[in-house]
Design a protein around this ligand. Structure first.
Ligand SMILES: [Zn+2]
Length: 362
């Protein structure tokens, strides 16, 4: 296999693993911060690495439109362009072409659409998506899929899943094998267990370096996300990483790791950091609230991040109220540190065989 993955320990369905990429080793279970436009918003690459992050997610749809995949390639690839020496996973563009672009037309070939930036016409096919991800230099490429809307009729979900499986096959065929690089397939099938199982079996037959569960965390609720995860995981290869896309809150991460998931991504910690929300070991705080105005205590006394070791809740509240850029920088740093430490604590609990007792604050 071109992308190394080794399971080091198991506890129930959960596992601790080591993912070896062309840009270093990633310990799993892992949370991947989202770097939409070749930057994790409000973070320098050094600050991001200091949170513990060793892999981030880049967005194919955004980068192909601006600055353009060919331009990034000419400038040395995405790692060089954004000065991030660690691993990068890129999404396929399938989700954002559906949620952001205008005048979409889906055919067997792919998705024709107009850019949300300037109205220019584009065609995204499995072949083009994989090629864009190669130009960007992604360590992990995602197969191009159609994100099925929720809710949707079963027949529509089934047809969409089957289209995604044909696109997965074309994506796999287009992918150029390189040492330390790999391509993941994406299980679809909405909230229908049998469709999820069929999708997982079809992808396994094609054979990928890892397997993602897509089309969840889009409004179906945590219990359904967990149920679909539980139904799918037994049909995915034991020796390959599993990635639950777009998830989630701390309690979602804990529940999904217990069900055998190794990788996650979500805008929640970064977006929350820009809207004055902080995740802490005592629960979620809104730094906009006046109750923090005279509080000299740190955000989270058990946190190692610069926001918690250097500043008070009162100061962070002041920055938020004054609309200072530093508020977003410090709160994003804190939230990503909190997420990284939550994942590290789960890895430790799995190694010690005590994940069953592990719970995230609400
Ligand atoms: Zn902190």
């Amino acid at each position: 296999m071109s992308l190394g993955f080794e399971v080091l320990a198991r506890d129930g369905a959960a596992r601790v693993g080591r993912l070896t990429t062309a840009h270093g080793v990633v310990e799993t279970p892992v949370f991947m911060p989202v770097g939409t436009a070749a930057t994790v918003k409000a973070m320098t690459p050094e600050g991001l690495a200091a949170t513990g992050a060793r892999i981030l997610l880049g967005n194919t749809y955004h980068l192909m439109l601006r600055p353009g995949a060919e331009r990034v390639a000419a400038l040395g690839g995405l790692h060089r362009f954004m000065n991030w020496p660690h691993a990068i996973l890129t999404d396929s563009g399938g989700f954002q072409v559906m949620s952001l672009s205008a005048l979409r037309t889906i055919s067997e070939d792919g998705v024709a659409f107009r850019s949300h930036l300037d109205g220019s016409k584009h065609l995204l096919t499995p072949e083009r998506s994989v090629d864009v991800q190669r130009l960007l230099g992604a360590d992990i490429t995602m197969a191009f899929d159609e994100c099925t809307p929720f809710p949707a009729e079963r027949a529509a979900v089934e047809a969409s899943m089957e289209l995604s499986m044909r696109w997965a096959e074309r994506s796999r065929r287009t992918f150029a094998e390189r040492p330390g690089h790999g391509i993941f397939g994406i299980v679809q099938g909405g909230v229908h267990e049998d469709l999820r199982v069929r999708s997982a079996k079809q992808l396994t037959e094609i054979g990928f370096d890892g397997y993602a569960i897509g089309g969840l965390a889009i409004g179906e609720g945590q219990a359904t996300t967990f149920a679909m995860t539980e139904a799918t995981v037994p049909f995915l290869p034991e020796d390959r990483p599993r990635y639950l896309m777009g998830v989630g809150k701390p309690s979602d991460l804990v529940g999904a790791v217990k069900r055998g998931i190794d990788m996650f991504d979500c805008v929640l910690p970064t977006r929350s950091g820009r809207t004055a929300q902080a995740f802490t070991r005592q629960g979620t705080l809104n730094l906009r609230n006046a109750c923090h105005a005279e509080d000299g205590a740190p955000l989270d006394p058990d946190c190692r991040c610069p926001a918690c070791t250097g500043f008070s809740r009162a100061y962070l509240h002041h920055l938020v109220k004054a609309g200072e850029i530093l508020a977003a920088m410090l709160l994003t740093t804190h939230n990503l540190t909190y997420y990284a430490d939550l994942m590290a604590a789960m890895r430790e609990a799995i190694m010690a065989g005590r994940l069953a007792q592990f719970e995230a604050p609400q």
